[in-house]
Design a protein around this ligand. Structure first.
Ligand code: NAP
Ligand code: ZN
Length: 348
């Protein structure tokens, strides 16, 4: 199957039109014609080689929604024409202790990313900045007609990456929860934590986002540069989710945790963070991490969003604005996720 999209040919090149072959759908595969794909900060990190591993040419994109165009003979959950979605992984061993618990994202053999990876057969994977994708049914999600497809696309990464740790650490009524960074992930974390009934404090470096944070569900908004306010919150949080994409001082936030509370990192800055031992020794705090979510939980999250009217706040763009969108994300100039409209492919 010929697929047309946009790729980074090297880590220093802008994204340009690129055509490539997808495998024909096998018995367990679903072929999807892509309508929308979100632009995640992970796309930028990887297209620019910031995580030290880059397979080029690279077609980024792992927030994919579209419609089914073909199904393999053993596929049971989809038929041609159904809405469908693909997220950050497209293969795992499905047999290890973690896969057996529906945690394919923590597959012992290693889950295969939707792009910038190779399948177990050794073929390079290509992401959703393209007109089609083929993936095993197990890694394809159904989409409720209640969800707007463009607004749902970012749920496949920004949504599940924040939903999963908030659920895992029991965020809900009576809990004081912090979200650091109001970007693509941060604004979904804020919506979910608010929806789960927690008292939510949004931390931001951007004064211009304060009103939006309140509109999106924050009970309080703290400018992280405001030392007095930061001090007032010391030792008071049950859980903090750190979604920041660049270097920042995590110790300043660890100090805000109460006894036995956890700060969970989901942001992946290029440089590793420096943690002061006393930041975690005091109050017996935990410093944790979390990566996307399993397939069962991703479907649960999509269904939760459909039921509760939750979607990403998006700006739909054409491919002519793709490279510019990367620069705007890096400047924090996005409310709060860019989503590529596949109808603009070939017209850029
Ligand atoms: P994004 O939209 O760019 O949001 C990041 C936010 O971080 C910005 O909006 C900004 O919020 C804050 N920020 C940026 N630079 C900062 C700095 N120098 N100091 C302090 N705060 C800063 O990015 P995203 O798409 O949400 O992704 C966030 C991170 O999560 C990325 O590193 C991405 O690779 C990672 N990620 C991880 C997973 C996972 O499974 N763990 C999945 C997806 C993405 P304010 O303006 O409010 O300060
Ligand atoms: Zn992502």
């Amino acid at each position: 199957m010929r697929s047309h999209g946009y790729a980074a040919l090297t880590k220093s090149a802008p994204l340009t039109p690129y055509s490539f072959d997808r495998r024909d759908p096998g018995p367990l595969d679903v072929a999807v014609s892509i309508d929308y794909c979100g632009v995640c900060h992970s796309d930028i990190h990887q297209a620019r080689g910031e995580w030290g591993r880059g397979i080029f040419p690279m077609v980024p994109g792992h927030e994919i929604v579209g419609r089914v165009t073909a199904v393999g003979s053993d596929v049971t959950r989809f038929k041609v024409g159904d809405p469908a979605a693909v997220g950050v992984i497209v293969e795992s061993c499905l047999a290890c202790v973690n896969c057996e618990q529906d945690l394919e994202n923590y597959c012992v053999k290693g889950a295969v990313d939707t792009y910038n990876a190779t399948t177990y057969d050794g073929a390079p994977t290509m992401g959703g900045y393209a007109d089609s994708i083929v993936a095993p049914e197990h890694f394809v999600h159904t989409l409720s007609p209640k969800l707007d497809p463009a607004g749902a696309a970012p749920l496949l990464c920004a949504g599940i990456t924040t939903y999963s740790p908030l659920r895992h650490w029991g965020v809900g009524p009576g809990k004081k929860v912090g979200v650091i960074g109001l970007g693509g992930l941060g604004h979904m974390a804020l919506k979910f934590a608010h929806s789960f009934g927690a008292h939510v404090v949004q931390f931001t470096t951007s004064e211009r986002k304060i009103a939006d944070a309140k509109r999106l569900g924050a009970d309080e908004v703290v400018m992280s540069s405001d030392a007095d306010t930061m001090k007032r919150h010391a030792g008071s949080f049950d859980f903090i989710l750190d979604t920041v994409s660049a270097e920042h001082d995590i110790n300043a936030y660890l100090q805000l945790l109460k006894l036995d509370a956890t700060l969970c990192l989901v942001g992946i800055p290029e440089q590793p963070p420096a943690i002061h031992p006393f930041s975690v020794i005091a109050n017996r705090r935990s410093f944790a991490g979390s990566g996307i979510g399993g397939m069962r939980e991703t479907q649960e999250m999509l269904d939760y969003c459909a039921e509760h009217g939750i979607a990403a706040d998006i700006e739909v763009i054409g491919f002519d604005k793709l490279n510019e969108s990367y620069e705007r994300v890096l400047k924090g100039d996005v409310k709060y996720r860019f989503v590529l409209d596949m109808k603009t492919l070939g017209k850029a």
